[in-house]
Design a protein around this ligand. Structure first.
Ligand code: FAQ
Length: 317
């Protein structure tokens, strides 16, 4: 009977029907979604930290307002995503606990430091650019609650990306020092951004099954390539150089030079593994900052619970 249910489930997925929270689904499908959605939620929450560092140091009121709004959006994305994960039967407390104790993964990218204001530009341009490339296909993910959350998230990410690119453009049109800051930020963020897409296809343990379930629509390497192809012309427009001596244009077979790809050099997968294993430049700082914020927010959670209990008591009276 289980086999029959599974076959019917796969047929629905193949027919592009959305799977909803109360529908039957294989235990492994549920598990993989909880894994991916919770890692995604944690990434949004930890992702507030590198940029949060620069809110008090933004160079103007306008920049500060935009950065504050961006970081708040990230918090909102984390909350939608935790809510989407909750529809699969895990609790927010459980997921929070996994993050705070370091048992949960979150994106490798947020374990790198933000050294200058130009890093805020580079993060918006490249990190949000990579996030969009990965998330647009997730709007068509087979699991309804995740797919729907991604639609709004992607709209907001596109504002974030423009905000970052505009910072880079301003710096690149500024003084020599400003342009050098932008180049330095690009040099440091480029390779870690390519790692955001995950291990190469041959080493991606979850890809085959997630593709069959239509959670993934493109492979890690396909999305990485799309990102490189989209970003190279943007770097050229800024007048910046990508830190990859092996980067070269590979013309399409028809040779008209319009639709080819950019071939890129070898990614340092050892660095990726180290960061994922908790040994990146900022892993410990990030978890410590998150734990501190959680502890300092204890009274807010207590007050909210007490308020809810009082309201309930009043309604019953
Ligand atoms: N970092 O078999 P695969 C953002 C793990 S954007 C850490 O290929 P899968 C917005 C992977 O989880 C960033 N771990 O796995 C923002 C798995 O580990 P597990 C968040 C990584 O799932 C912008 C193992 O390696 N976006 O937050 C990474 O099929 C600016 C094997 O890999 C998402 O999470 C990595 N880079 O494909 C916020 C998008 N890559 O679970 C603030 C949703 C792989 O077996 C500021 N997620 N791993 O222990 C996905 O699309 C997928 O999960 C992939 C990985 C593509 C990330």
């Amino acid at each position: 009977e289980e086999l029959e249910l599974e076959a019917r489930f796969q047929a629905r997925v193949d027919a592009e029907e959305r799977i909803e929270a109360n529908d039957w689904m294989p235990a492994a499908y549920r598990k993989t979604l909880v894994r991916q959605i919770s890692q995604h939620a944690h990434s949004e929450i930890i992702g507030m930290l590198p940029e949060g560092n620069w809110i008090t140091r933004a160079p103007s009121l306008r920049r500060k307002a935009a950065l504050l709004a961006k970081v708040q959006d990230e918090c909102g994305h984390g909350l939608y995503l935790y809510a989407a994960a909750e529809t699969l039967g895990v609790s927010r407390e459980e997921l929070t606990e996994q993050l705070l104790t370091g048992r949960a993964k979150y994106s490798s990218i947020f374990n790198y430091p933000t050294m200058s204001w130009a890093d805020i530009g580079a993060i918006g341009w490249l990190v949000d650019g990579a996030a969009i490339m990965n998330q647009i296909p997730l709007c068509r993910c087979s699991y309804g609650p995740y797919a729907r959350a991604m639609i709004r998230v992607c709209k907001e990410e596109s504002f974030h990306q423009r905000q970052g690119y505009e910072i880079m453009l301003t710096l690149c049109r500024g003084s020599e020092e400003q342009k050098a800051m932008a180049q330095d930020a690009l040099n440091r963020w480029w390779w870690p951004c390519l790692m955001m897409f995950g291990p190469p296809d041959a080493a991606s343990q979850h890809s085959d099954q997630s593709t069959k379930w239509k959670i993934k629509r493109f492979s890690n390497d396909e999305l990485r390539q799309k990102f490189v192809d989209a970003t190279v012309p943007q770097a050229q427009y800024l007048g910046l150089t990508l830190p990859d001596p092996d980067l070269r244009f590979v013309p399409d077979e028809d040779g008209d030079g319009t639709t080819g790809h950019w071939a890129y050099g070898e990614i340092d997968w050892d660095e990726f593994k180290q960061v994922i294993a908790g040994n990146g430049p900022c892993n410990r700082d990030r978890l410590a900052a998150r734990n501190k914020a959680h502890a300092e927010g204890e009274w807010v959670r207590e007050a909210a619970m007490a308020h809810a209990a009082k309201r309930r008591a009043r309604q019953q009276a």
